[in-house]
Design a protein around this ligand. Structure first.
Ligand code: UDP
Ligand code: MG
Length: 319
């Protein structure tokens, strides 16, 4: 199998037949061995009937049905677990992404990249509720994760199966796939892709998504930078806070002891105590996180590094 196309589907009954036709038209000229994996994320409309009909006629199609709605991230994960291609393609099932772009992204991947992200440079979505928050989010995600991309929200992506196999996605984390992949040492680039207006069905998200994205960003940043050394972030916070509190307390002790100044009317005293306690808390939290991190890595035999390749001569013949 060369290519696995993964599509999350949630109440997209009108879109599926058109999408399926467009996918076939886009993939037929490529001569790839491919599979199309639809993951029905607990749709309540006729999506599943339509998908099972398509699957019945075409054995390159795989249809997976969730018991309830688990969200787009879960749907994509299920698709990755099922994918057998060397290259994994993801796109939305609402026709906003254009299947015609798939060969372009795969060609870019073959130039030597591990992940190619779509960039909807002429995005056909409302400005205030979509494009503006997205622009801010892209800037924040790019600067905090140091993976500079214009469009983290674009589901149309292409990546190698090693990346898919190592992605562990929770919450709403599918949009951080490039950032997580860069933690695995992937070479990443982006390609401009077509974007179309949603014609059928409704968007599944509102503006409330923004706060969840920010929270997930904190998790991703922590995992990327500190998951193997949590004491270095919590310990730092603790030392700064505790140290500051200690200096204040010391200063006030000197004033009290040598200059006879009263401490009863000094709000600073409270702040000093608060800072010292916070410092202690941070350091303890860091130590507990260190324990957790060891459990996380060692219980799963998950090394703290990712090897690209090992060159070795059998039996040390060349010694
Ligand atoms: N989707 C899903 N589960 C959900 C929400 C969405 O599988 O809980 C799918 C949806 O069917 C579509 C894709 O994820 O194929 C993107 O959703 P949508 O178009 O609503 O997002 P937007 O483009 O508005 O960001
Ligand atoms: Mg959409």
């Amino acid at each position: 199998m060369d290519v696995s196309v993964v599509l999350p589907v949630y109440n997209e009954e009108e879109n599926i037949p058109i999408l399926y036709r467009e996918l076939c038209e886009a993939l037929a000229p490529t001569k790839w061995a491919y599979e199309i994996i639809f993951v029905d994320d607990g749709s309540s409309d006729r999506s599943w009937e339509i998908l099972s009909g398509i699957q019945y006629q075409d054995d390159r199609v795989v249809a997976i049905r969730f018991r309830r709605n688990f969200g787009q991230t879960a749907a994509l994960s299920a698709g990755f677990d099922h994918a057998s291609g060397d290259v994994v393609v993801t796109l939305d099932a609402d026709l906003q992404n254009d299947p015609k772009d798939i060969p372009l992204l795969v060609a870019k991947l073959q130039e030597g990249y591990d992940l190619v992200n779509g960039w909807r440079y002429e995005r056909k979505d409302p400005f205030l509720s979509r494009k503006l928050p997205s622009r801010i989010a892209n800037w924040i995600i790019s600067t905090t994760t140091h993976v500079k991309l214009h469009d983290y929200g674009c589901t149309l992506k292409v990546f190698r199966k090693e990346i898919a196999a190592n992605l562990r996605l929770y919450g709403e984390m599918h949009r951080f796939i490039p950032a997580i992949a860069s933690g695995l040492g992937a070479a990443i680039t982006e390609v401009r892709v077509n974007h179309r207006e949603r014609k059928f069905g409704k968007s599944k998200y509102g503006i409330s998504r923004t706060i969840r994205v920010v929270l997930d960003l904190i998790t991703v940043k922590f995992f990327l930078s500190y998951s193997t050394r949590p004491i270095q972030i919590f310990g730092l916070l603790g030392v700064v806070s505790g140290g500051l509190g200690f200096l204040m307390a010391l200063w006030m002790t000197i004033q009290r002891q040598f200059y006879g100044m009263s401490l009863a009317n000094r709000p600073l005293l409270l702040l000093a105590i608060l800072l010292m306690f916070t410092g202690l808390q941070f350091v303890s939290l860091g130590l507990i996180a260190e324990l957790q991190s060891r459990t996380y890595h060692e219980s799963q035999n998950k090394p703290i590094y990712v090897i690209r390749k090992t060159l070795q001569t059998e039996n040390h013949q060349r010694q």
